[in-house]
Design a protein around this ligand. Structure first.
Ligand code: UDP
Length: 480
């Protein structure tokens, strides 16, 4: 290892949505900036895809991976604790193991970067004379709201969701009560306190925040954080927009050859891809409505189907989803659906090679749960979307796509709260796939896709932002 070279340690909490962005950041730092990276990946009983991702990391002398088994933490949980609370508690409990891992490294990293859930580990950096940053692999609007929440917490009374007036965060497009991230839905729930704490930690425990976003995606919020800096006096730390860091197709156990072969047979932009991320699930009734809506639309589709989860669709199946495995053909779809749609629809149980699919020329629309990785992958593939947010910060993301960027349409109702009916689904699918509005969205998303590419090129906005971050770390490293 080159002793003079900057060495960064990145902490990842469990779950595909957390692990993938950390791997991508590591990869970017190593391949484009030739820096040393150690990934400290806290893992639970990993899903097949997570294990595969970890074991298939591109061998590189610059990237070093350490897996840290998650410590016991169930004794600290209440029966109805959400995923956010569980992850926050798990990662707090993992601090000691993370510290031991850092301490045992043959060469001490200069910089410690926590993810969203591991900010409580940042004080480890003080002990070892390291710099400390946070990486939030989502958009600037979410980062700003999270970091401003402690102010709203003091100023706003009652539940945010019940408010008629939107929440005002200086410089941002006002946030409607119904769009707030899940942890803000109930101020009496433990996840709310965890979330406020995270936002405070970003500012108080770190020297800066890296975000997986870019200027043209997130202009207004980035202006508030960086350019006119209206939020800087409150949020205190510097911000770096370094994205979009997206997968270009890590191998997955299910290579999905059948899907790609099926797509090869269809016309350009003629297929709608339907998928709800790594853990999103729907109720049985919603699956039925979606099946009918797809059938009635007459459009071609590829649908990644998971068994219905009635009662708790919001948290998805985060810790239990059988991702990465093929499954039997679903029996819970409406009778005769598979047969009636066999010429123009493909149902894929559990998991599909999403990046490959979104980059296939036949795919012209994506019905997505609006996870940030899925959004980035869709934009990179120039695919307009139907925004179907389920949980986490996805309603906020859906608003960005529909109201600020105009690259998606959205149902009238909130999908996780109420059922989206078959007639509305049919209408949205037709509108995206065959209307003038759909074509306009396609044009806009193409421009956005190009802007993403440019942002990452040498002298692009995200490239420059990453260079600023690295220079600032190197200056501090030299003066230490
Ligand atoms: N993914 C995939 N195949 C699937 C479902 C998901 O490859 O069938 C990948 C997807 O490409 C994305 C990630 O899993 O990179 C999901 O991340 P996202 O942020 O969209 O949602 P989350 O799973 O965190 O809710």
């Amino acid at each position: 290892m080159d002793q003079d070279k900057l060495h960064l340690a990145l902490i990842s909490s469990p779950g595909m949505g957390h692990l993938v962005p950390v791997l991508l950041l590591a990869n970017r730092l190593a391949t484009h900036h030739h820096l040393h990276v150690t990934i400290l990946a806290v893992t639970t009983q990993t899903s097949p895809v997570e294990s595969h991702l970890l074991s298939s990391l591109t061998p590189s002398t610059l990237i070093h991976l350490i897996q840290i088994p998650s410590p016991p933490f169930s004794h600290l949980l209440l029966p109805d604790d959400s995923v956010v609370t569980r992850l926050a508690i798990m990662m707090r409990e993992a601090t000691r193991a993370i510290r031991s891992a850092v301490s045992a490294l043959p060469r001490r990293p200069h910089v410690l970067i926590s993810d969203l859930f591991s900010t409580d580990s940042l004080p480890i950096a003080d002990e070892f004379g390291m710099q400390k940053y946070v990486y939030v692999p989502t958009n600037a609007r979410f980062v700003a709201l999270t970091m401003y929440l402690h102010v709203l917490d003091k100023e706003v009374e009652g539940q945010y969701v019940d408010r008629v007036e939107p929440l005002v965060v200086p410089g941002l497009v006002p946030v409607r009560g119904k769009d707030v991230p899940d942890p803000m839905l109930d101020r009496g729930n433990r996840q709310y306190d965890e979330y406020v704490r995270m936002g405070v930690n970003f500012a108080n425990l770190s020297e800066g925040v890296l975000m997986n976003t870019w200027r043209d995606l997130d202009r207004r919020s980035l202006d508030a954080l960086i350019c006119d800096g209206i939020l800087r006096p409150v949020l205190k730390v510097p911000f770096f927009d370094v994205g979009p860091l997206t997968r270009d197709g890590y191998p997955t156990p299910l290579e999905g050859i059948e899907v790609i072969e099926w797509l090869d047979k269809h016309l350009v932009d003629s297929v709608l891809f339907v998928s709800f991320g790594s853990g999103g699930t729907l109720s049985g009734r919603q699956i039925t409505e979606l099946a009918w809506g797809l059938e009635m639309s007459g459009q071609r589709f590829v649908w990644v189907v998971r068994p219905p989860v009635d009662g708790n669709a919001k948290d998805g199946t985060f810790f239990t989803a059988g991702i990465g495995s093929t499954g039997p053909m679903p029996t819970f779809l409406p009778e005769g659906f598979l047969n009636r749609t066999k010429d123009r629809g493909l149902v894929v149980p559990l998991w599909a090679p999403q990046v490959k699919i979104l980059n296939h020329r036949s795919v012209g629309g994506f019905l997505t749960h609006c996870g940030m990785n899925s959004i980035h992958e869709s934009i990179r593939g120039a695919v307009p979307m139907i925004a179907w947010p389920l949980y986490s910060e996805q309603r906020l993301n859906a608003t960005l796509l529909t109201e600020e960027l105009g690259v998606a349409i959205r149902p009238e109702v909130m999908p996780a709260e109420e059922e989206v009916g078959r007639v509305e689904i049919e209408k949205m699918v037709r509108s995206l796939m065959e209307s003038e509005e759909g074509k306009r969205m396609k044009e806009k998303v193409k421009l956005l896709s190009l802007s993403a590419e440019k942002a990452l090129e040498i002298n692009g906005s995200s490239y420059k932002s990453m260079c600023e971050f690295i220079s600032s770390c190197e200056m501090k490293m030299k003066s230490a």
